[in-house]
Write a protein that binds this ligand. Structure first.
Ligand code: GLV
Length: 311
């Protein structure tokens, strides 16, 4: 079995896969081109086009992350090769931590306290009951479900939204256009964990942001394309004057790294993190990749990505 690996942590992946599969040849994507030819599998994150185009005998592509948007957007991707992606693989817990931090940031007025500090303003803010702070989670895949469950366990009422109907314990699950509008009208904080597809592009546009209650907050650890950034800036108001929305915690952007001149950097009510919410935890991910490889080789049924759905 020949596997070609392409990721920032290619050395670790090469070592771990070689150890788990001693019979396999595991190469990094910078190996000489003739050695890379005829691979059975690519295990890749943000693979360069030539790596996808040059292979002729692939049995599968393993996406070393949760989102397949980059891979599906590559014109060089061989359309008939099945794709599998990491599902949770430890990212659910990391994402849940990030979202809990974000929800608590607004719920416990940490945004207001950081704004008060430069003026040495000693002014506590009321803490409402959690029952009055419903949180909406857009996207109920493996990671969205982990986030929804963590929010529920922390005591927040949780509303969830997905494209197709879902049933989850202690989560009010909504779907479809009407379900989305209903959710947005009821939550204090909205969290976006949807895949980036043509159907989800700018799902939070000006009209939908306006459906959030005044003072609502947005947390986006999913994909930059889910939010119309201009509409978000508009809804947040100018630096001095609070707008319809109170603030945002953003980990992902339509262009990454977020360009230095982008107005989001300077907005006083926007907290920016550099796409760090859920870095793929190596140990969990390696176990999952090895089980994918065994399943491919054994011809077992595997949940593959549906390119037309985009996830
Ligand atoms: C990270 O962005 C991922 O999709 O895993």
């Amino acid at each position: 079995m020949k596997i070609v690996v392409h990721t920032d942590q290619a050395d670790q992946w090469q070592a771990a896969l070689s150890e788990a599969l001693p019979e396999a040849t595991v190469l990094k994507s910078d190996a000489p081109a003739q050695e890379r030819q005829g691979a059975d599998y690519l295990a890749v994150w943000k693979a360069p086009g030539h790596l996808l185009a040059e292979q002729r005998a692939l049995k599968g592509i393993i996406n070393l992350g949760a989102g397949v948007d980059h891979l599906l957007a590559s014109p060089e991707r061989p359309a008939d090769v099945p794709i599998v992606k990491l599902r949770d693989a430890g990212m659910g817990e990391l994402m849940a931590d990030y979202v809990l931090y974000g929800v608590l940031h607004f719920y416990r007025s940490m945004d207001r306290y950081s704004a008060q500090q430069p003026g040495a303003q000693w002014q506590p803010h009321e803490v409402v009951e959690k029952a009055q702070w419903p949180v909406g989670v857009l996207g109920l895949g493996a990671i969205g479900q982990a986030v929804a469950s963590a929010l529920d366990q922390a005591g927040f009422p949780v509303l969830g939204w997905s494209r197709s109907p879902k049933t989850l314990k202690n989560v009010r699950c909504l779907h479809g256009e009407a379900g989305l509008d209903e959710l947005l009208g009821q939550v204090q904080s909205v969290v976006t964990i949807l895949p980036d597809t043509p159907a989800t592009r700018h799902i939070l546009n000006a009209e939908r942001l306006a459906r959030l209650p005044k003072g609502g907050s947005v947390i986006n650890p999913g994909r930059g394309g889910l939010i119309d950034e201009d509409a978000l800036l508009e809804a947040l108001g100018s630096g001095e004057q609070e707008g319809h929305l109170r603030g945002a915690l953003l980990d992902v952007f339509s262009e990454e790294p977020l360009p230095a001149a982008h107005p989001l950097w300077q907005h006083p009510r926007v907290l920016i993190t550099p796409h760090m919410a859920a870095p793929t935890p190596l140990a969990d991910a390696i176990d999952q990749v090895i089980s994918y490889l065994h399943a491919f080789e054994a011809g077992d049924a595997i949940a593959t990505v549906n390119p037309s759905d985009g996830y």
